[in-house]
Write a protein of this length. Structure first.
Length: 392
């Protein structure tokens, strides 16, 4: 297993034509609260639709969508509402409804909590997240057979621990994988859990990382042609984990781009045999640059690229497979003047220049391709809006 390609390669816009994380220092805003706005992204116009995701009855806190997944014509979104974990459901061509409102195991929990990832597989749905504040840290893991009624699993011994975090989840060959971080005697190291049935969970290997020398964290995971691929950090490096069965993992540390002091991969998407991971690198001179790495053989050999961005600065905040290629979104530009942008690629290696999304500084928090279009969630102040983008 090896990394190939120039780590400082800058693409210049000759490219043709499931998940999210906040950009470093990103905040919502960019338009008067409560007002809808038109925007362009991916070369086509889109209209921001407000009030697509409601909060819990009688409460008026922030609402945030972190992840969207689809199966059999039904889409589910995970995030938070009014300080509680939240899951919304939408049938084909229908409206989003707050499914978790009928499941006290999801929303009647101590502290402020948020779900960060959701996935579907043969045994049903699973969503994961963490305590944000107001209670002792613990993972949040909830499952559902039908996407309507949800049950909590985070009390299981496999997830127990005051310093355990879970960030991503996927379904693939033979089962499900949840990824995050564990702590032991002050050492922080990557954690990857596997289950065949959403009931019984075991902690897999992590590439022999115990945090003794460098800390490590896994932020995202996806099923891939080789089995599973996960992405995160190890020390100052951004790293890829690979597994054929979700239990035994090998880790590959990627060299940071030239001029960078550290880097992070926190997004993953797969289209055919092309696997793309994305995030950002922190430059020694200050600021961040958006990065992607791609594998054309299902996750074995990788090549790294720095995406173009206004002023050279930015970060990828969401990523999805779309059409026959990929669509990424992020914030780009110098500090204090960042704007939402998208990038497109037909193969994960050749990317367009940054395309203004036409929504100001509002952040695209999640992307999901359904049919011939991509649903984007856009955070404006305390509320998420939706916007439809072309798949290609």
């Amino acid at each position: 297993m090896m990394l190939t390609g120039k780590t400082n390669e800058m693409l210049t816009g000759h490219g043709k034509q499931e998940g999210s994380n906040p950009a470093p220092g990103a905040t919502g805003g960019g338009a008067p609260a409560g007002g809808a706005a038109g925007g362009a992204a991916g070369g086509a116009s889109g209209t921001l639709t407000p009030n697509a995701f409601t909060g819990y009855p009688g409460q008026h806190g922030d609402v945030l969508v972190s992840s969207i997944a689809s199966s059999g014509g039904t889409s589910l979104a995970a995030g938070s509402a009014d300080g509680h974990p939240a899951i919304w459901r939408r049938a084909a061509d229908g409206a989003w409804t707050l499914a978790s409102v009928t499941s006290p195991a999801v929303f009647r929990r101590p502290g402020v909590e948020r779900l960060t990832s959701i996935a579907h597989g043969p045994a049903g749905w699973v969503a994961v997240g963490n305590v944000v504040s107001g209670a002792a840290q613990q993972p949040v893991v909830v499952t559902s057979a039908d996407g309507v009624t949800w049950h909590a699993l985070d009390s299981l011994a496999a997830f127990a621990g005051p310093r355990n975090y879970v960030m991503g989840v996927t379904s693939g060959p033979g089962g499900y994988v949840v990824v995050g971080q564990q702590a032991n005697r002050g050492r922080m190291f990557a954690a990857l859990w596997w289950s065949a049935d959403l009931k019984n969970w075991t902690l897999g290997s992590n590439g022999h990382l115990d945090g003794r020398l460098l800390s490590s964290t896994v932020y995202a995971v996806t099923a891939a042609p080789i089995g599973f691929v996960a992405a995160g950090t190890h020390g100052n490096c951004h790293s890829i984990w690979m597994s054929s069965d979700g239990r035994q993992w090998h880790v590959l540390d990627v060299v940071v781009p030239r001029g960078a002091s550290s880097a992070m991969l926190n997004l993953l998407a797969v289209n055919g045999r092309n696997v793309v991971a994305a995030g950002y690198a922190v430059m020694k001179t200050g600021g961040n640059v958006p990065i992607v790495i791609v594998s054309h053989d299902g996750g074995m050999v990788w090549k790294q690229m720095v995406l173009t961005a206004p002023g050279g600065f930015g970060a990828v905040t969401s990523l999805t497979a779309a059409g026959s290629g990929f669509l990424a979104a992020g914030l780009a530009g110098p500090a204090g003047a960042q704007r939402a942008v998208t990038w497109r690629s037909h193969d994960g290696a050749n990317w367009s220049t940054a395309i203004p999304a036409g929504i100001g500084s509002r952040q695209i928090t999640a992307l999901a391709a359904v049919g011939g279009a991509v649903t984007a969630t856009v955070q404006q102040g305390t509320d998420p809006y939706t916007m439809t983008l072309p798949a290609s």
